[in-house]
Design a protein around this ligand. Structure first.
Ligand code: NAD
Ligand code: ZN
Ligand code: ZN
Length: 372
């Protein structure tokens, strides 16, 4: 099946913090080891929100958008299978994943943990170049040689746009599992009920863990947390001080504290409080500080040493996490978790500024840009 490919593609270029311009770029030729993808939609990530506000990675001008999916309209003849070995053809829907460089010191020393690559590539977070079509906030995306991608034909667009944040949650829970502290009866606290925290809850539920305490300051998000499987919710803004909430959380965890805490906010005070909720012998996974949002203080005696906490950090995901994320999404639907409620807004490409504002102001949960 051959697709009509136009001469040019629109792309939303973030030219400076707070300022997008829709520009038109020529669609470059597609080599034998490359693909051209017609973008169908892309979720807005908190990282995009930070780039939009203050360009912390110094990428401007840049075509953002890394939680996207689209249809292969031109497939280089050397590409026959995706990164999981499934056959691909033109007309198939795909998502892309991180591209480990394979030769930096991290890739050489911890080859199984490809997410730790010092210069991991991600479509939607590449600096601008002559191709320009490097992110999903555009009509077309050009996939270069040696990329990682998965054939996700058959999933709805909303499902496909949730794969990337699902992979973040899968990776966090996989990291947590390495502590051997997650069991059917572990009482877990998930701090932060944005897309990431909600996904973590959903992953825990699909694993059979059903004693989940969700903490956030937003009642709408806490209501959705309940639907995602939280057994109890706490709105921290309703307590005069953290210690008052802590007492109730300890009471709700058999007077022990949480067996495991997932810290899913980018807020230093929350990162500090997370340790206080962990029981003696419990565990903690720090997921929220993807960006350097500041430091926080913990008491090494009370918070770590005396309690013998096992802590893990979680950094994005590896391509290996994607097939697990697909299985998770199937199972989440199977046990009736309302995953479709996570995508609350759809904006056309022309309204990308509005989409980013909606994300930054934390209206809704997952905001998406859809490309007609
Ligand atoms: N580790 C990774 O690889 C990775 C990947 C993606 C995102 N992240 C990070 O994870 C975090 C969560 O992502 P998101 O998209 O869900 O963001 P989000 O901003 O939508 O959600 C964060 C939530 O935390 C809540 N919150 C703020 N202060 C709190 C407090 N003191 N106690 C409890 N809750 C509090 C907010 O109300 C909000 O609902 C972000 O900081 C993001 O940068 C990490
Ligand atoms: Zn993201
Ligand atoms: Zn590397």
């Amino acid at each position: 099946m051959a697709f009509d490919i136009p001469q040019t593609s629109k792309a939303a270029v973030l030219v400076a913090p707070g300022k997008f311009e829709i520009r038109e770029f020529p669609i470059p030729p597609v080599g034998d080891d490359e693909m051209l993808v017609k973008v169908e939609g892309c979720g807005v990530c908190g990282t995009d929100g930070h780039e939009y506000k203050r360009d912390p990675f110094g990428l401007c001008p840049v075509v953002l958008g890394h939680e996207g999916s689209g249809m292969i309209v031109k497939l280089g003849k050397n590409i026959t299978r995706d990164s999981a070995g499934l056959p691909v053809k033109e007309g198939d829907r795909i998502v892309t994943c991180v591209i480990p460089c394979g030769h930096c010191s991290a890739c050489m020393n911890t080859p199984a943990r490809t997410n730790l690559c010092n210069s991991c590539g991600v479509y939607g977070l590449f600096p601008d170049d002559d191709t320009h079509l490097n992110g999903y906030y555009a009509e077309y995306l050009k996939i270069r040689p040696n990329s990682t991608f998965f054939n996700v034909t058959g999933l709805t667009l909303d499902q496909r746009m949730l794969i990337e944040p699902a992979a973040v949650a899968i990776h966090a829970v996989e990291r947590a599992k390495t502590t051997n502290l997650l069991n059917f009866n572990t009482k877990v606290v998930v701090q932060g009920c944005g897309p990431i925290g909600l996904m973590v809850m959903a992953v825990l539920r699909t694993l059979g863990i059903d004693r989940i305490i969700a903490v956030d300051g937003n009642d709408n998000r806490l209501a959705l947390a309940k639907e995602m499987g939280a057994s109890e919710v706490f709105n921290f803004t309703k307590f005069a001080k953290f210690d008052d909430m802590l007492k109730e959380i300890v009471a709700a965890t058999d007077d022990l504290g949480a067996g495991f805490v997932f810290q899913c906010t980018g807020v230093p005070a929350a990162a500090s409080n997370a340790w206080k909720m962990v029981r003696r012998g419990g565990g903690l996974c720090e997921v929220g500080f993807f960006l350097p949002m500041g430091t926080c203080s913990i008491d090494p005696h009370y918070d770590i040493c005396n309690k013998e906490i096992t802590a893990v950090g979680s950094w994005v995901y590896s391509p290996q996490d994607y097939p697990i994320a697909f299985a998770f999404l199937r199972r989440a639907a199977g046990i009736g978790l309302p995953m479709e409620k996570l995508v609350t807004h759809h904006f056309p490409l022309e309204k990308i500024g509005e989409a980013l504002e909606t994300n930054v102001q934390m209206k809704g949960i997952k905001v998406a840009v859809v490309v007609e």
